[in-house]
Design a protein around this ligand. Structure first.
Ligand SMILES: N[C@@H](CCC(=O)N[C@@H](CS)C(=O)NCC(=O)O)C(=O)O
Length: 231
């Protein structure tokens, strides 16, 4: 039976922009597992209540429902050991947790500060109301104020991603010669930005730009072909 993934959708249903869902899409492609992606919106909490929580991604694999992108990656690695590995063994799994935490604590908040108003603008009317209220509570000010003057935030962002820059300048991927789940985690933050917003985060000569291009081309251009709301 095909796996089923509840995947965050914009007003245009084909635009799937969640960074946490993208990690899972890439991980499934890495393991060459077929998946049915079910569009889900922020306000459709009832549709994923069976998973015991209220966020996507949620993966349904047979009788199991797994929520949380990290738990899903671990499930895929353990349930499909004969498929290409997502982690470089147990130590690699530990190191990938560092990459996840760095991405979620440093990279994603910095990107959110630049694109949050654009995210709002691509949602359905119901989701816009929910997103504005919940995110303005989180940021303590209007979404438009958060991402105003975003060009001025780029130098600090470029400095923050220096560890990624020197890594992908030395090797084609964070995983070394081939991509691993760590690559999918960080790539998905950039994919989120490019599908929601026309604001370019990276200079063309940045090694991170070249790495993002390599990531976009994987799995027959899965990332590159994804419909964007930012065209
Ligand atoms: N730690 C979770 C985070 C999941 C998460 O924050 N998902 C967002 C979409 S990217 C969500 O579903 N948010 C629902 C909400 O804000 O109500 C994971 O990695 O899966």
């Amino acid at each position: 039976m095909a796996l089923k993934l509840y995947d965050l959708a914009a007003e245009r249903e084909e635009v799937r922009f969640s960074p946490h869902c993208w990690r899972v899409r890439m991980a499934l492609a890495h393991k060459a597992l077929e998946v049915e992606c079910v569009p889900w919106r922020f306000t459709e909490k009832g549709a994923i209540a069976f998973s015991g929580q209220d966020k996507v991604p949620v993966l349904v694999d047979g009788d199991s429902a797994i929520a949380d992108s990290w738990a899903i990656a671990n499930h895929l690695e353990d349930a499909y050991p004969d498929r290409p590995p997502l982690f470089a063994g147990p130590a690699g799994r530990g190191e990938a947790l560092f990459v996840k935490n760095w991405c979620e604590r440093v990279v994603q908040p910095a990107i959110a500060g630049m694109i949050v108003a654009d995210i709002h603008n691509i949602l359905t009317a119901d989701d816009q109301a929910y997103f504005r209220t919940s995110r303005e509570q989180r940021f303590g000010r209007a979404l438009e104020e958060v991402s105003a003057d975003r060009e001025s935030k780029l130098p600090e962002f470029h400095k923050a991603i220096e560890p990624l820059r020197v890594t992908v300048a030395a090797n084609p991927f964070i995983g070394g010669q081939a991509p691993l789940f760590s690559d999918y985690i960080v790539f998905s933050a950039f994919q989120w930005a490019r599908l929601c917003s026309a604001f370019e985060l990276l200079n063309a000569e940045d090694p991170v730009h070249a790495w993002r291009d390599r990531m976009l081309g994987l799995f027959d251009g899965l990332g590159a072909k994804a419909p964007s709301a930012a065209a």
